[in-house]
Design a protein around this ligand. Structure first.
Ligand SMILES: Nc1ncnc2c1ncn2[C@@H]1O[C@H](COP(=O)(O)OP(=O)(O)OP(=O)(O)O)[C@@H](O)[C@H]1O
Ligand SMILES: [Mg+2]
Length: 315
């Protein structure tokens, strides 16, 4: 039996579709109240993992527990505790946004008020519109609304913001923060690494069906991947140096006046992620070492990790 503090527990999970191995020995936990971001390239196995945990797909081997229940055996009462936003949904019927939400609200014991959910996803002006007449991003908002209407304890979000305009994405982030504040556990996949960094507590990085790294968002990839880069211009030439003490370097550079084009760049989650994937795909290859200006300025690059590594970079 899973401890009460664990929302999802996955051990050595594997899945094959005929001859295609989609997951190989994946192990992780999601704690109650946590937002866990599952990140990885197209075809890595993220949706497969989510769909197994939702009870939509059977696993080939391994163990899974979701809110203390094996998803292959979860009944209606268990499903009512989950919120699900699939990566893709079928064609909607001829119903309005409000009708669809009211219909789904009827399946739950303690649903959120329909109008509150419509407002939370910013569809007030479209509440009376047929879903099939909505734009792609507006339909996606309906998917999110359906995922949260039942006040789920655990919310699965498979690329929820695909097609959202920037403002809608920010509004969605606020919605997720308020769900987090209420204690909702969340499993999120996204290709927007800024979104994962904004919302996630921990992340798992998956490639070729294997979990290649897992950890807190601000720690994943290890300390070396986080070393900042100081960049400045000297006689028209861009120079840069990786250093764990950027303030000291900046002070030194500023001794004789304001340095030209000064920047302190901290590797983003996207930088760290891209480096992890490159290292995984080309473990011994030069492809993960600097070859051109872009690589040379990549802050997560292991070949420029020395504190004293100062490089001249083509402007
Ligand atoms: N129904 C299926 N039948 C056969 N193979 C499948 C099926 N669904 C997924 N696969 C394969 O399993 C692998 C993992 O797919 P999955 O959809 O889990 O990837 P993903 O990480 O969600 O990718 P994306 O970022 O593109 O959504 C891929 O190689 C895919 O082709
Ligand atoms: Mg997917």
């Amino acid at each position: 039996m899973t401890e009460n503090s664990t929302a999802v527990s996955v051990r050595d999970l594997s899945k094959s579709y005929g001859g295609v191995t989609a997951l190989q020995g994946v192990t992780f936990d999601i704690h109650r109240g946590e937002t866990f971001a599952l990140l990885g390239p197209n075809g890595a196995g993220k949706s497969t993992t989510i769909e197994i945990l939702e009870g939509y797909r059977d696993r080939s081997s391994g163990h899974a527990e979701v809110l203390g229940v094996d998803p292959q055996k979860g009944g209606i009462a268990w499903k009512a505790r989950l919120g699900i936003v699939l990566q893709s949904t079928g064609e909607p019927g001829a119903v309005t946004v409000r009708e669809q939400l009211a219909h789904f609200a009827g399946f739950y014991a303690n649903p959120r008020p329909v109008d509150e959910v419509i407002a939370a996803v910013g569809l007030e002006e479209k509440a009376g519109t047929l879903i099939r007449k909505l734009s792609g991003g507006q339909r996606r908002r309906v998917d999110v609304a359906l995922g949260i209407i039942g006040r789920p304890e655990l919310l699965f979000l498979d690329e929820p913001t695909t097609g959202f305009d920037p403002e809608a994405r920010r509004q969605f982030w606020e919605l997720i923060r308020s769900l987090k504040a209420e204690g909702t556990s969340i499993l999120l996949t996204t290709h927007y690494l800024d979104e994962a960094a904004q919302l996630g507590d921990r992340a798992g990085i998956i490639a070729d069906g294997r979990l290649i790294d897992i950890g807190r968002i601000d720690e994943i990839g290890g300390p070396d991947a986080r070393v900042p880069v100081v960049r400045w211009r000297e006689s028209g030439v861009v120079r840069e140096q990786r250093t764990t003490a950027p303030g000291l370097l900046v002070a030194e550079l500023a001794r004789d006046g304001e340095p030209d084009g000064l920047e302190v760049i901290r590797p983003s989650l996207e930088d760290v992620y891209l480096q992890l994937i490159a290292d995984y795909e080309h473990p011994e290859s030069e492809l993960s070492a600097p070859r051109d200006a872009h690589r040379a300025t990549h802050p997560g690059n292991p070949d420029s990790r020395s504190d004293s590594a100062e490089e001249e970079v083509p402007a």
